[in-house]
Design a protein around this ligand. Structure first.
Ligand code: NDP
Ligand code: OXD
Length: 311
């Protein structure tokens, strides 16, 4: 039997993975990463999250790697990656989840929900007048599968929309900016900035003091990308100076976020524990099974990781 090796969710998750794959690809022998009875020569596929660097290279017949998350920064640091296709998670459920998360976060910031929450705790009745959607410009950094889907989700609300990517893009109803030359003009017209960039050497620390200063006064920020993109101290300074209004953060430099982080109790910060788009195991197994089937049939693979680009 063909072995699919799984490293995602810990050893306790393997029965759920087996059950999920049994409904879509019952022919696969689904094994836990550290199962001592696995013959390394029989491993054809791997579904992984943060495998030990160098380990994937030890399976000589490995043909395909699937990342259990859409981000592949957990693999990008492995200097001994095997020369096989690496597919990033692209389950429709993951995309729906991110659409929900971005719509929820943008509406939360648009309607000053953090202030109403604080006022409720203080028993303060204050309508807090705030602009209507056509006066609230929303910009998304990263126009890949998630950024484009997030913009789709925001379209019905009537916000003026814009986006920023590495290469030029054209999206209906979205003012598109590209590369470093487009960054400052893009930022200057974002009242709410949503970050959905991958973690690469180029994007490391991109949400920093300079970026925040380029946003209009009173702007807010959503980071659902990676913690390494955000300079947390710069965000705190921009919020405390009043230049930024609020932030919604799903990802952090250190996860879980340490209990002593000043981010936890900041009145203008809303925190979620890296859940923006994580779909359940059955959805990820369905996606992985479709990719394996496409690979075996010689069809083009979706969401291929390009090690040269780093995403
Ligand atoms: P994609 O690879 O589909 O899209 C990435 C986008 O970012 C592309 O538009 C790309 O530009 C742009 N980009 C990359 N580098 C740069 C750069 N240096 N400057 C400007 N633009 C750049 O990724 P996804 O949409 O699938 O995912 C994005 C990220 O979201 C993931 O890498 C991951 O970190 C994060 N994520 C977070 C989750 C969560 O639960 N919080 C869940 C899933 C993903 P171009 O179009 O020109 O290539
Ligand atoms: C991720 C994911 O890459 O959850 O963060 O898919």
């Amino acid at each position: 039997m063909t072995i699919l090796l799984v490293k995602s969710g810990g050893p306790g998750a393997i029965e759920e993975w087996r059950a999920a794959f049994a409904t879509v690809r019952p022919d696969l022998d689904v094994r836990w990463w550290d199962d001592p009875s696995v013959d390394p020569l029989a491993v054809r596929y791997a579904l992984v999250w943060a495998p030990e660097p160098g380990r994937l290279k030890t399976y000589p017949n490995l043909r395909l790697v699937i990342s259990s998350g859409a981000g592949v920064d957990h693999l990008a640091g492995d200097t001994m990656l095997p020369d096989v296709p690496i597919v990033r998670l692209g389950a429709p459920e993951a995309v729906w989840r991110m659409r929900e998360y971005v719509a929820l976060s943008v509406l939360h910031l648009h309607r000053l929900w953090h202030r109403f929450a604080a006022n409720q705790r203080a028993r303060v009745w204050d309508e807090l007048p705030n602009p209507e959607a056509p006066e609230r410009r929303v910009g998304v950094m990263g126009l890949g599968q998630l950024g484009a889907a997030a913009l789709d989700a925001l379209r019905p609300f009537g916000f003026p929309l814009s986006g920023w990517s590495r290469s030029p893009k054209a999206l209906p109803g979205v003012r598109c900016f590209a590369d470093m030359r487009g960054l400052k003009p893009f930022l200057a017209q974002c009242d709410i900035l949503v970050c959905l960039l991958p973690a690469t050497p180029e994007t490391n620390g991109i949400l920093n003091a300079e970026t925040f200063a380029a946003l209009p006064r009173g702007a807010s920020v959503v980071n659902a990308a990676r913690g390494s993109l955000l300079v947390e101290a710069d965000l705190l300074a921009a919020l405390d100076s009043g230049h930024l209004e609020a932030a919604v953060l799903d990802v952090f430099e250190t996860e879980p976020l340490p209990p002593d982080s000043p981010l936890w109790l900041h009145p203008c910060i809303t925190i979620t524990p890296h859940v923006a788009s994580f779909p359940g195991r059955p959805a990820r197994a369905r996606f992985a099974a479709e990719v394996i089937t496409a690979f075996e049939a010689g069809r083009a693979l979706p969401n291929l990781f390009d090690p040269k680009r780093g995403y």
